[in-house]
Design a protein around this ligand. Structure first.
Ligand SMILES: [Ca+2]
Ligand SMILES: [Ca+2]
Length: 91
């Protein structure tokens, strides 16, 4: 059951990512999804976001805008799923 929900979520995330297109929106202070702002969107960013969501690490305020991938002004599991989908798509 959980697996099915995860699959649906991932499919939804992929749909969102595809609708955003390859030209990811970027901000003056970096690219959405590039949470550590090293110029690359990869598993390090995904891990950082996951750790933030589980309360293990803090993310600086300037980096928080880059975490909100679906633009709802909330950093949530949905953003983490989208980031994972983006990374899977790029690789
Ligand atoms: Ca990065
Ligand atoms: Ca969000």
């Amino acid at each position: 059951m959980m697996k099915r929900i995860a699959k649906i979520l991932l499919a939804l995330s992929m749909a969102i990512v595809l609708s955003l297109g390859v030209t990811m929106f970027s901000f003056a202070d970096g690219t959405a999804g590039d949470i550590d702002n090293d110029g690359k969107i990869n598993s390090k960013d995904s891990l950082r976001l996951k750790q933030y969501l589980s309360g293990m690490v803090e993310i600086p305020d300037e980096a928080k805008a880059r975490c909100d991938l679906n633009g709802d002004f909330i950093i949530s599991q949905v953003d983490s799923d989208i980031l994972r989908a983006i990374i899977a798509h790029i690789i």
